[in-house]
Write a protein that binds this ligand. Structure first.
Ligand code: ZN
Length: 447
């Protein structure tokens, strides 16, 4: 087959993919607003974050699930909140100060107040000798503990014999908070978009995912939708497990799903396949990434990572992949104070949003048709189809798209099947199908 021009970006799908220029600044502004908040898997930081997201997403519902509620094999934990935390020297100077950076306090630290020797204190300190200028991010969700995180250089400078420690936190019955937004479409079948909402002042992980998901939802709210779209903003692991435990009905309607995370730095896109590996979203992601003409990687599923672990647990086995740029743990800023507002860029946030819009546009437009004149090639010229060249396609490319759609529209092949087999951009195949469906040659089949 001759090579055809790949001009997918110029062919809009149902108004899905037109990202306004300059949207990257607005994405970054949302990241900047969310950055100072001290989030964890529960607590007021999650509520404040959802309140801000609610300004962007008027229909966002906030759910509170009480401590102690069973959730699959887990239980909703106690709620954690913190007002202040510090380590002072004998002169009363704060040598480690939560107010200066919320990463200084290990998340879920139990309350503490007292004097500790340098040796005793050291057992509760976390630093990175190989990255001595950075504060690491540490948590202790499920074991009662406390700790401070600090640059290794700062740790080496703590040479006094005793220090006063105060962690003014509460760990008490409360609730786990998550957000959810449903955008109903023509079909009750759903596309699930999930982002974790539990990290404190870390920009790429996880605020980039929240910002892209929020702007994606804003965009889809204005677009014609075949599917219904369900956005969940959940604390990692326990949040998705809690959501799953309360939503068996919705789970049964999920046809495609995507976890969005790590989408703000400049690394190449990485798509992690669903557990099934051959789900429609796995194939659509590969198609869109290949056609985007950017370096990227597609990785097979593994039962580690983000909330796809829960959605792809064997009992659910949902067709949920994970889209990121450089994967977790593979960039030096990961889970450190270097994952800051300079590390995520407006342009990369915007490019990430645009890619996700293209992927969802493929899923939403991926239908099956039947050729109603399958005996021999129908006459295209008589129906004016040769003239209907649009979207920057040349005549030969347009003709190939028409012929492929007619040939493979036997009721079994979807437009994605056709795009894959014809090695054509999905948008061209969709455009050809739309033109053919406007004549007597092609009929849309029900899902
Ligand atoms: Zn993380």
């Amino acid at each position: 087959m001759p090579a055809l021009s790949a001009n997918s970006a110029s062919v809009a799908l149902s108004g899905f993919v037109d990202a306004p220029v300059g949207q990257g600044k607005a994405l970054h502004e949302l990241v900047r607003r969310l950055f100072p908040i001290c989030r964890s898997i529960t607590g007021d930081g999650v509520r404040q974050t959802l309140a801000i997201l609610g300004e962007y997403l008027p229909g966002l519902q906030v759910h509170e699930v009480p401590t102690g509620t069973p959730a699959l094999d887990w239980t909703v934990p106690r709620e954690w909140n913190v007002r202040d935390a510090w380590v002072k020297n004998q002169r009363g100077e704060r040598v480690i100060d939560f107010q200066a950076h919320n990463l200084h306090l290990m998340s879920y630290s139990v309350p503490v107040h007292g004097w500790f020797t340098r040796t005793e204190l050291d057992e509760h300190l976390h630093s990175l000798p190989a990255q001595p200028g950075l504060i690491p991010y540490r948590t202790s969700y499920y074991a009662d503990a406390w700790g401070f995180c600090l640059p290794h250089t700062q740790r080496l400078a703590l040479t006094d014999d005793i220090y006063e420690v105060c962690i003014d936190s509460t760990l008490a019955p409360g609730a786990l908070t998550y957000g959810e937004l449903l955008l109903p479409g023509a079909s009750a079948d759903e596309v699930l978009i999930s982002s974790h909402i539990c990290h404190p002042s870390l920009a790429n992980d996880n605020l980039s995912g929240l910002a892209v998901a929020a702007f994606l939802a804003q965009h889809l709210a204005q677009a014609p939708r075949q599917y219904s779209y369900r956005f969940v903003f959940v604390p990692g692991t326990i949040g998705s497990i809690t959501w799953l435990s309360r939503n068996f009905d919705a789970v049964g309607r999920v046809r495609h799903g995507l976890v969005l995370t790590l989408l703000g730095e400049a690394g190449q896109f990485t798509y992690k396949q669903s557990r099934r590996g051959t789900a429609v979203i796995d194939r659509a992601a590969a198609l869109v990434l290949n056609r985007a003409g950017m370096p990227h990687a597609v990785r097979a599923f593994s039962p580690y990572g983000y909330d796809e672990r829960q959605y792809c647990s064997p009992g659910f086995d949902l067709p949920v992949g994970c889209l990121s740029r450089t994967p977790f743990g593979e960039f030096p800023e990961y889970h450190t104070s270097a994952d800051n507002l300079d590390f995520v860029r407006p342009a990369t946030l915007q490019a990430s949003l645009h890619l996700v819009q293209e992927l969802l546009a493929v899923l939403d437009a991926n239908r099956r048709y039947r050729n109603r004149s399958p005996y021999g090639e129908p006459q295209l010229g008589r129906r004016g189809l040769y003239k209907n060249v649009g979207g920057g396609l040349d005549g030969a490319a347009w003709q190939m798209a028409l012929l492929w759609v007619l040939n493979l529209s036997d009721g079994h092949h979807s437009l994605l099947d056709i795009a894959e087999r014809a090695e054509l951009p999905f948008a061209q195949v969709h455009q050809a199908a739309t033109a053919l469906a406007a004549t007597d040659l092609l009929e849309l089949l029900p899902d």
